[in-house]
Design a protein around this ligand. Structure first.
Ligand SMILES: Nc1nc2c(ncn2[C@@H]2O[C@H](COP(=O)(O)OP(=O)(O)O)[C@@H](O)[C@H]2O)c(=O)[nH]1
Ligand SMILES: [Mg+2]
Length: 191
């Protein structure tokens, strides 16, 4: 890791970078720990802002990493207070991004390790599969699950998401520094 710079909050396709550099997107429901994970991966305190009011602005936040590739912070889904209209706008934006963006190499799909995947988590994985976009599943907050239960919980999540046991799956904890190297190893395969 050398540099990480915030580039743009893109409200529409006209603002998507067109320099051809690879894009790695990160998705997950609101509060799954996405901002925390991005900051942890990049050794930065507050590059991706944590605890923002979810569901307000539906923008794709682009970060340039090592002047070589982008992290794209996808707005969180599944926030109860979001209106139907906003939900639909989010769906259209994501549909567009996944179908039209040739620089998108892989999506890091975050799920909360403490709970079985939500319907929204499952739909996200299905959408990615439909568009034939490679997926790295990351189970966040694994510190909250006792070590002896982690293997079983991982299997439940993989099964519910319809992910094969050999597909990329990383248990992550920001607070206990688990998973960073494993996730970078998986991401590097797509750059
Ligand atoms: N125990 C634990 N809590 C975490 C972890 N990662 C994030 N959190 C907490 O989860 C909450 C939501 O995190 P945030 O990064 O803002 O989630 P986002 O909405 O997905 O961007 C915050 O209170 C974080 O401190 C983790 O690895 N372990
Ligand atoms: Mg966030």
């Amino acid at each position: 890791m050398k540099t990480a710079d915030y580039i743009i909050s893109a409200v529409g396709p006209g603002q998507w970078p067109t320099d051809g550099k690879p894009q790695i997107a990160l998705s997950g429901r609101s509060n799954v720990g996405k901002s925390s994970l991005i900051n942890h991966l990049l050794n930065r305190k507050n590059l991706a802002r944590t605890s923002q009011k979810p569901g307000k602005t539906q923008k794709l936040n682009y970060f340039m990493i090592n002047e070589a590739f982008y992290f794209v912070d996808v707005p969180g889904y599944g926030y109860a207070q979001v209106s139907q209209t906003e939900r639909q706008a989010w769906g259209r934006m994501m549909e567009h991004y996944f179908s039209e963006n040739e620089q998108l190499r892989v999506v890091v799909a975050l799920v909360d390790f403490r709970h079985p995947p939500t319907n929204n988590d499952i739909q996200m994985v299905e959408l990615l599969k439909y568009h034939e976009i490679p997926i790295i599943v990351v189970a966040t907050k694994c510190d909250k699950v006792p070590k002896t239960k982690r293997l079983k919980q991982a299997k439940i999540i993989q099964e519910k998401l319809g992910i094969a046991s050999g597909d990329p799956f990383v248990m992550y904890s920001v607070s206990e520094h688990i998973g960073k190297e494993a996730l970078w190893n998986e991401i590097e395969k797509f750059i």
